[in-house]
Design a protein around this ligand. Sequence first.
Ligand code: EPU
Length: 313
Amino acid sequence: LVEFESAGELRDIFAELKPEKWYVLGEGNNTLFTRDYDGVLLTPVARGREVISEDDTMAMVRVAAGENWDEFVAWCVDRELWGVENLSAIPSSVGAAPVQNIGAYGAEVKDVISTVEYFDVETLEVVRLANADCEFGYRESCFKHALRGRGIILAVEFKLSKIARPNLGYGDVIAEVEKRGGATLRNIREAICDIRSSKLPDPKVLGNAGSFFKNPVVEREVADALTQQYSDMPRYGVPTDETKVKLAAGWLIDRSGLKGYRDGSVGVHDRQALVLVNHGGATGGEVLHFAEFVCSVVRTKFGVEIAPEVNIL
Ligand code: EPU
C-alpha cells in the first residue's frame, strides 16, 4: 500500500515502478476485498480545503482527495455554504465521492461538483475534468468506466451556494428539520445525521459498506406489473428516461423476508435491508457468497435483478 500526496509522487510511481495492477483505496468504505490484493493499493493522503473564488452568492472550494468527506461537510456548514448538507455523515474520502457520485436524501454530489482533477497514469499528466464530462449518473461516473484503471483523483472543486437552498423533499427529512426549529444548515445536518444513525449501522462498530446493492432501474411495464401485485411498493421516476422506473432494493429485500436474516457471521441489517453486515470474522468471500444468495432470493420472488453497489476485489 502506497500513500501519495501529489501528482509528482504519482508520476514517480508510474514512471519508475510501473505497477501492472493497482487500485485506489480511499477510506475503503465501499470496497470489499474477497482475498489478498496482488497489486499496488494507492491511498491519497493529501489534505487541504480552500475557497478559491467567491462572490455574494457562491463560493468555489477546492478540496484535496485525502480529506475526510464528513469533515468537509461540517466545514461547509460552519461557513454557511449550502449544497452538501444532505450528504452529511456519509463515510467516504473526498476523492472517492465523485467516483460513485455519492448520494442521499435527494442530493447527489454531482449537483455541486464543478471540476474533478485527476492524474492520468498513461500520459502522466494532470487533467481537469469539468462536471459535464464526468458522465455522472446514479452511483456512476467515468471514473468507474472509461477512466477506471487510468485516472487517479487528486482534488475536487465544488460550487457551493451562499444563498439558502434547503432540499427537504425526501422521506422524513422535512419533519425532522421542523422538529429542530426550521431549515438552517445546522438543523439540516443534525437531522440527516440522526436519520442516518437510526437506520444505518456505524461501520466502526459493525462492519458494513453502506448500501450493498444499487436500487434497480427497470422498464415501466415491469414496475407497473409489480405495483398491481404490491400496491405499497416504493417507486421513483428516472428524470433522464421516462420509460424507466427505479425500485427500492431495500424494500425488495425486506419483502423477500430477508431483513435481519443471518447466515453465520454475515447478515442483512435489521433496520435497513439494503445493508449487509459482518457480525465479526466473516471473510470477504463469505460476504460475496451471501450477497449472491440475496440477489437470487429477490430474483425468484420479484423477477428483478439487483446488483452490488460496492467495489468487489
Ligand atoms: N425500505 C424498506 N425496507 C428496508 C429498507 C427500505 O421497506 O429495509 C423502503 C423504505 O421504506 C423506502 C424505500 O425502501 O420506502 C427506500 O428506502 P430508503 O429511503 O432508506 O433509501 P434506499 O433507497 O434504501 C438510498 C441510498 C442510500 C441513502 C438513502 C437515503 C442507494 C443504493 N442507497 O437507500 O445510500 O442513504 O437512499 O437517501 O441508492 C449508500 O449508498 O451506501 C447509502 C446508504
